[in-house]
Design a protein around this ligand. Sequence first.
Ligand SMILES: C[S@@+](CC[C@H](N)C(=O)[O-])C[C@H]1O[C@@H](n2cnc3c(N)ncnc32)[C@H](O)[C@@H]1O
Length: 100
Amino acid sequence: MNYILSLKEVFGNGEEETAHIDAGRMGNAARFANHSCSPNAKLYPVRVENDIARIALFALRFIEPGEEITYDYGSAESTLSDRKCHCGSRNCRLFMPSDD
Ligand SMILES: C[S@@+](CC[C@H](N)C(=O)[O-])C[C@H]1O[C@@H](n2cnc3c(N)ncnc32)[C@H](O)[C@@H]1O
């Protein structure tokens, strides 16, 4: 299982920074969130009194109690990988996103 999250940020001055966060050994419940092509949450970097970003999931709509929280692993720059997506949503792209 892959728990590495790559976060690419583009700042106002045009500078780009990519951080790779490995939640393989520790992390909170968010590390178990699966990808969906029709997600109910979105991931944002959040900085609070610190230059190091924390990753936060924000709901995109009301999430029912017991409903799985999902987010789109891809970005605007993503292509599709050869790994099948099992999100089961009606508009599933059939393959997992890739930023390689
Ligand atoms: C951060 S883990 C998510 C939690 C993981 N499903 C688990 O049981 O621990 C990311 C991995 O989960 C799997 N995964 C997540 N969403 C998926 C999806 N929609 N279709 C297929 N595999 C998925 C992939 O193997 C991916 O590399």
